[in-house]
Structure formats: structure tokens, C-alpha cells
Design a protein around this ligand. Structure first.
Ligand SMILES: *[C@@H]1O[C@H](CO)[C@@H](O)[C@H](O)[C@H]1NC(C)=O
Ligand SMILES: *[C@@H]1O[C@H](CO)[C@@H](O)[C@H](O)[C@H]1NC(C)=O
Ligand SMILES: [Zn+2]
Length: 310
């Protein structure tokens, strides 16, 4: 079969079901379908490794719906059966499920803030990430999509070269609480395999797309050894590229100045497209380099394991 050469960029929709406009900075060959921008000019892709063929029987990276591959270390009996729910459909979501997106509920092993106001970037790696990497003054944390990782391996390796911390943001940015247990596992396992195949490491930190996490999702991510990372300051940069921006650039910068005075917090930003990358660069100038990676915020490790890659 021919290897698909599409690369995907994802736009954070956070708590809103916004219709995403067609404005992008990715060039005229970009199409936006249901909030997902597809560009059609991929030059390189992470080779599908032999160890993954041996394990999965496959020989190319999956599309937006990765197949569920059973794993011996996942105990399905440990996953509570909280009902699945769609994004924004919170009325019947029980408080007992500890949903972050519905109730801003955090469990003790979630990371929700930081002792120093620190930036985090979701949805890459993308071509726009390179500009950000060039201008960041300090180490930062990037939560990457597996499908973007295998389609931008050279950008991913730039992140590693500049010593940024990389965590998982799932394989293809689905709202996880709406999925079956098997589909959630597939989103996690393929994102980890993408990072391992591209960067030779197994992640420790996980940012759920749209902040969509409850105890059912946590019971799965914990079995992979992942710790969830949320945020306490949303920059709303993602809304700049929607039809209904919530904040202008100037309002974002003004918020950041206020938060800087308070001194602490974890800031949600995006490096999927140039518009939000430009915001990230300006925010970096405002906050300065006195920032921490998520691992440093909580005194944790960067990666669970690193593997030599050739
Ligand atoms: C990670 O990659 C190495 C090869 O570099 C492989 O041996 C190992 O099984 C992989 N582990 C995971 C969890 O992907
Ligand atoms: C980041 O900033 C801290 C404190 O300002 C500094 O100690 C550290 O060396 C910087 N790290 C990098 C990679 O620039
Ligand atoms: Zn995202």
C-alpha cells in the first residue's frame, strides 16, 4: 500500500464547539475539515519500525482512527465504567467521575499549575514550531500529537536538540471521554509508539485534548505510566483562528502581564499554526526565561525511559 503523505494540524477547541474557519498560515494547499487542517506536501515521515511491525502486524502509520492493539499490561478491570460523554455535554456527567473539562476537577496526581508562570505548547510538531523553537529563551514543554510527530520528524528532533520536554497529546486529538476504552487505549499507545520511533523515548506527561479527562480516561493513562497535565491559565490563542475569537492578541498579552505579576501558573498555548506561534513568541518575551518545564514544576522525571535511536 502507498504510504499516505498527508500531515495533519489540529486546532484546540477547548470547552467550545467552535466552527473553525478556513484561515490558516499553512499555504494554499491547506484544507480545513471539521476543525482539522490537512496539508498535502509531506516530504519526510518517520519510518515504520520493524519492532512495531513485529508487534502490530502493520507496516505503516495509521490515519485518524488508529487500531486498538491489546497490551498485556493493561487491566481492563481497573477502568471504572463512567459513562462516555461528548464535549460540552456535561449535564449527565457525574461529579464522581472527576471530569476536568466539565467540572475543573483534578486528582492528586494531575499537574494543574506551576510555581513559576510557565508556557506549554500543544498540537505540534508543525512547520510553525520551528519559528518558536528558534526564539524560545528557555526550555519549555510541548505536548505533541502522534500523527504530527511521524509526519514532522525533523521538527520533533529539533525539539529534542533544544532540550525541550515533550509529552503526549494523544495520536489524533479526539475528545477522549467520548471514546470507548479500546479507542482511548489506541489513542495513547500509538502516540507513545510515534514518540518512541521518532525520538527514542517513552513519555511521562500527558495533556488530554480539549482538557477532556475523567477517571475513566485517567485509569487508562495511569496504566501507561503517564501523568495528566492540565492548566490554570488558558491563553485563548486557539480562538484567534476560529470564527469567533474570544480574545485579541492584545487582550492575551494583557492577561499574561497580570498573571506574571501573580507569578505562578501553567499557561495553555499552541504551536500548530503560525498565528498562535507568533503569540507564543511574544508571550515568551513578556514572561522571560524564568520558566519551568512541567517536570520541573513538580520535581518529576522527563521521560519514563529513553531508547537509543540510530
Ligand atoms: C521503543 O523502541 C525500541 C527500539 O528503539 C523498542 O525496542 C522498544 O520496544 C520500543 N518500546 C515502546 C514501548 O515503544
Ligand atoms: C532557563 O532559565 C533558568 C532560570 O532563569 C536557568 O537557570 C536555566 O539555565 C535556563 N535553561 C536554559 C536551557 O536556557
Ligand atoms: Zn490540542
Amino acid at each position: 500500500m502507498k504510504v499516505s503523505c498527508l500531515c495533519f494540524l489540529f486546532l484546540e477547541l477547548a470547552f467550545y464547539n467552535l466552527v473553525v474557519g478556513t484561515e490558516t498560515q499553512e499555504g494554499s494547499n491547506t484544507r480545513v475539515i471539521g476543525g482539522v487542517a490537512l496539508t498535502g506536501d509531506k516530504l519526510t515521515q518517520t519510518p515504520f519500525p520493524q519492532w512495531l511491525t513485529d508487534f502490530t502486524g502493520m507496516n505503516q502509520w495509521p490515519g485518524l482512527d488508529p487500531p486498538y492493539i491489546p497490551l498485556s499490561f493493561i487491566d481492563m478491570a481497573k477502568i471504572p465504567d463512567h459513562r462516555a460523554y461528548r464535549q460540552g455535554h456535561c449535564l449527565r456527567v457525574s461529579r464522581a467521575a472527576c471530569s476536568f473539562d466539565c467540572h475543573v476537577c483534578l486528582r492528586p496526581d494531575d499537574v494543574g499549575t506551576c510555581g513559576k508562570l510557565s508556557q506549554t505548547f500543544d498540537d505540534g510538531p508543525s512547520r510553525a514550531s520551528l519559528k518558536l523553537i528558534d526564539s524560545l529563551e528557555n526550555r519549555s514543554t510541548f505536548f505533541v500529537l502522534g500523527i504530527n510527530t511521524v509526519n514532522h520528524p525533523e521538527v520533533y528532533r529539533e525539539l529534542i536538540k533544544h532540550d525541550h520536554l515533550i509529552g503526549s497529546h494523544s495520536w489524533s486529538h479526539k475528545f477522549l471521554p467520548s471514546l470507548s476504552n479500546e479507542e482511548i487505549i489506541a489513542q495513547i499507545e500509538w502516540s507513545i509508539w510515534a514518540m518512541n520511533a521518532t525520538g527514542g523515548h517513552y513519555p511521562k506527561w500527558f495533556r488530554p485534548p480539549y482538557g477532556g479527562i475523567d477517571d475513566r480516561v485517567r485509569a487508562i493513562t495511569r496504566q501507561f505510566g503517564l501523568q495528566a497535565v492540565l492548566w490554570d491559565h488558558d491563553s485563548f490563542d486557539w480562538s484567534l483562528i476560529s470564527n469567533r475569537p474570544i480574545k485579541s492578541e492584545e487582550e492575551i498579552y494583557s492577561d499574561v502581564r497580570d498573571w506574571k505579576k501573580a507569578g505562578t501558573g501553567l499557561l495553555l498555548e499552541h504551536d500548530g499554526v503560525e498565528r498562535t506561534v507568533d503569540v507564543g513568541i511574544n508571550v515568551n518575551r513578556i514572561i522571560g526565561k524564568d520558566q519551568l518545564t512541567v517536570a520541573e514544576c513538580v520535581g518529576g522525571i522527563d521521560y519514563i525511559r529513553t531508547f537509543p535511536i540510530d
